[in-house]
Design a protein around this ligand. Structure first.
Ligand code: DGI
Ligand code: FE
Ligand code: FE
Length: 193
């Protein structure tokens, strides 16, 4: 894989801050994924490109999403920032000829999560929240928990996002609810066994 090709394309698309965030997400994702059974090229690509569409404006996100039938619920129309995942995955497929479905899926769902998250989806999602320049309350605890138990960390991450959305009176994407419900159910079953 020609890594420089992707790095240069991304650098030209994103603000310097967003580009440097993307490199930190790669670093974090590779560290989290080190000992996991994951395709490391897929992990590298998905974590690098996860915010490919992040610097598009809301009208631009909506225009691409409407034209290509990417909108899956009303919440996305009302909070178009949520579309940077699905639009990013679409543009990576269209502009960069990215064909790896697993990579496109991880990019698509990196903001909301979803009910059937793969290991790749989970690592990209968490690396985005844990990269070293993130400094919200609770991030160190989350980093520590993820070292021991990825799903426990993921559940805590969704709890944190949901608490933030409730506090700020923001709409909750149904996929965020599905992701959190699924994690909770899977964990409960494991505890009972
Ligand atoms: O793109 P990044 O800033 O690196 O990170 P991200 O893609 O995880 O986006 C984070 C934002 O997404 C954060 O402000 C919370 C928001 N978000 C996540 N789930 C939901 C949500 N916003 C709404 N309105 N509803 C959700 O379900
Ligand atoms: Fe993002
Ligand atoms: Fe990000």
């Amino acid at each position: 894989m020609n890594k420089n090709y992707y790095i240069n394309i991304l650098k030209a698309r994103l603000s310097p801050e967003r580009f440097s965030h993307s490199l930190l997400v790669v670093e974090t994702a590779m560290k989290i994924g080190e000992k996991l059974a994951l395709n490391k090229d897929d992990l590298w690509l998905a974590s690098l490109l996860h915010d490919y569409a992040k610097d598009l404006s809301c009208p631009e996100l909506l225009a691409v999403a409407r034209k290509n039938k990417l909108i899956t619920c009303k919440v996305e129309e009302l909070q178009p920032g949520l579309l940077h995942g699905p639009v990013g995955a679409f543009l990576c497929q269209q502009d960069l000829q990215l064909r790896e479905q697993e990579v496109l899926q991880a990019i698509c769902y990196h903001t909301t999560g979803h009910g059937e998250m793969s290991l790749l989806d989970k690592v990209v999602f968490l690396a985005d929240l844990l990269e070293p320049s993130r400094s919200y309350a609770g991030v160190d605890e989350l980093r520590k928990i993820c070292e021991d138990d990825l799903d426990k960390g993921l559940l805590l991450a969704f709890d944190g996002t949901l608490q933030y959305l409730l506090r700020e009176k923001l709409l909750i994407h149904p996929l965020t609810v599905q992701a959190r419900n699924r994690l909770l159910l899977v964990r409960e079953r494991r505890d009972i066994e």
